[in-house]
Design a protein around this ligand. Structure first.
Ligand code: SF4
Length: 550
């Protein structure tokens, strides 16, 4: 399912995004990947809330949508090509630069389990949605909308609500930092506080952090901000490397997760190379979080002696060796040699070399994202009990606890080192609120007051919408995803964290800290009214949510 949200196209702040959902080929549970750019707004303009794709083609095809004219066309000439060529060629053939394209690269074609979908240098990055399109031999979707005027219930009241929400968001400190320094603006701070994962989660601090931070990017290669449709923040970075071997024209720069994945996690402090590898990942259509994490995992276990050079086609991974990292990435995308195993993920690597899963930084087979939970215990729930596996967006405790005001719906700022009832309540309420966001498809960096969002939804949709509905609908959405995962076989045993993420450091900003996850999990289940033995929502809870038919 490729969906837009109910506010998409209205210019309500940061709602121009779109989302791809499917059962994940990587995790086997709910897969969901949210993307920026302008594709979603174009789809809405063409007259569609979304596209549901069933079945598969025998030969490569692309989907062309111009208003109400929809055609599947031959894409043999694009098969084997990267996303940059594919996007340019399709626009050229269509003859209208204003068309928007979402497509896969070689990673999706080759069914790399964490392949993604790229649109206008933005990624629907996680849980392998590119492999889903690859399995259907659907190379690309091109969309152009020219006719539809969006209908909302109360145009004038919606306009006022949009202005209120936009002004509020624009004036916030978080928005201004994100605009000025991008998503990696806090990287130096995370290095100090212990939130920055380094050397596959095994090192508490690192001298190289400043060289790859958002501030350094702003001072060296930043050209200007990039904005998704209707965004009032502009965390996107248009960068250019003027000379040297990584010289590139203006291109979307790496965001925080990529900078950590291919930087701190692999002990590489060459920012220009990270721009280069980010561009390569865009072209291949491969998730930077998983791919960089898997290569770091390989280096870590090679260093530990769990894997030898003979196992790796003669390769000798070493920290900070960017040449080898790039070579391994190429092998993954084309499934050559060890790349065949790595294309299946970190857990496949563990299985192949008899490494304990306790030493692999994944949950439900998905690589965790890059906010070290030893420095923020809320991330223990985000990773251990995430609705699509570990996610920094669907439960962004790391962001909200810096000071995002959501008290209107009971989300209070608490000490980030709690593993008690208060943290369970905080995480539960935030999980529900972000579940509503994932349905509104509002960017989680954008935080008008919850009452602002209620007003936006009320005037757009013409239904009564207040703070109670914000909480109720959010919990309902989160619960449906949980039920889906249970149907796919998820049990309480899968709500876990590997010990590599939990070992306390003896120095650094989080020295001596680590949450008691099992204790926190019990509080969390209890707060959500999930049964301890089965992990299922109780019958009473389902009835309350109007989901007793499930
Ligand atoms: S804040 Fe960044 S990710 Fe969010 S909508 Fe704006 S540009 Fe896109």
């Amino acid at each position: 399912m490729i969906m837009t949200g109910p506010l998409n196209g209205t210019f309500a702040p940061n709602t121009g995004r779109w989302v791809v959902c499917s059962k994940s080929p990587y995790t086997g549970i709910w897969g969901e990947s949210n993307c920026g750019s302008w594709f979603g707004a174009e789809l809405k303009k063409a007259g569609y809330d979304g596209i549901i794709i069933t079945g598969a083609s025998e030969n490569p095809v692309y989907l062309e949508i111009k208003d109400d004219k929809i055609q599947l066309k031959d894409a043999n000439f694009l098969w084997g090509r990267g996303t940059f060529y594919t996007t340019e060629k399709l626009k050229e053939i269509f003859g209208d630069e204003k068309a928007k394209v979402a497509c896969i690269g070689q990673a999706g074609e080759n069914l790399v389990k964490y392949a993604n979908i790229i649109s206008e240098q933005r990624a629907a990055g996680r849980t392998g949605m590119g492999a889903i399109l690859g399995s259907k031999k659907l190379k690309a979707i091109l969309v152009r909308g020219t006719k539809i005027k969006l209908e909302v219930t109360n145009q004038e009241d919606l306009r006022k609500a949009i202005i209120t929400a936009r002004d509020y968001v624009k004036s916030s400190f978080a928005s201004q930092i994100l605009g000025a320094l991008g998503t990696s603006g806090a990287l130096d701070m995370y290095n100090m506080t212990g939130e920055l994962p380094i050397k596959y989660f095994s090192q508490p601090q690192w001298d190289g952090a400043t060289k790859i931070s958002g501030a350094t990017m702003a001072e060296t290669i930043l050209v200007k901000n990039r904005f998704c449709h209707s965004c009032v923040i502009g965390c996107g970075r248009l960068v250019a490397v003027k000379d040297g071997i990584y010289k590139t024209d203006e291109i979307e720069g790496p965001e925080y997760e990529t900078i950590v994945s291919y930087g701190a996690l692999n002990l590489n402090d060459n920012l220009e190379w990270i721009v280069h590898i980010n561009k390569k990942c865009f072209d291949y259509g491969i998730d930077t979080i998983s791919s960089g994490g898997i290569i770091s995992c390989l280096t870590y276990h090679f260093e530990q002696g769990n894997i030898t050079t003979d196992d790796l086609d003669g390769l000798k991974p070493e920290w900070g060796n960017i040449k080898i990292v790039e070579e391994i990435l190429d092998k993954i995308v084309f499934k050559e040699g060890i790349g065949k195993v790595l294309a299946e993920g970190s857990n496949a690597l563990a299985k192949k070399f008899n490494i304990s899963e306790e030493e692999i930084a994944t949950v439900n087979k998905l690589e965790v994202t890059y906010h070290d939970l030893r420095s923020n215990y809320g991330m223990a729930i985000a990773y251990g009990i995430g609705l699509k596996g570990p996610s920094h967006n669907l439960l962004d405790a790391y962001y909200v606890l810096v000071g995002v005001p959501l008290e209107e719906i009971g989300i209070k700022l608490i000490d980030k080192y709690l593993d008690n009832e208060d943290m369970a309540e905080f995480c539960s309420l935030l999980m529900d609120y972000r579940a509503l966001y994932s349905s509104m498809i509002m960017c989680s960096f954008c935080n008008p007051l919850p009452s602002h969002n209620a007003e936006l939804l009320k005037h757009a949709l013409g239904i009564e919408f207040g703070l109670e509905e914000i909480k109720l609908y959010g919990e309902r959405i989160a619960t449906i995803k949980r039920l889906f995962n249970i149907k796919m076989g998820l049990t309480p045993i899968d709500d876990r964290l590997p010990s590599i993420l939990m070992k306390p450091f003896s120095s650094g900003g989080s020295a001596g800290k680590s949450p008691d996850f099992e204790k926190l999990k019990k509080f969390f289940y209890n707060y959500r009214d999930w049964e301890i033995n089965t992990g299922k929502p109780s019958k009473a809870k389902l009835k309350y949510l109007g989901l007793d038919n499930l």
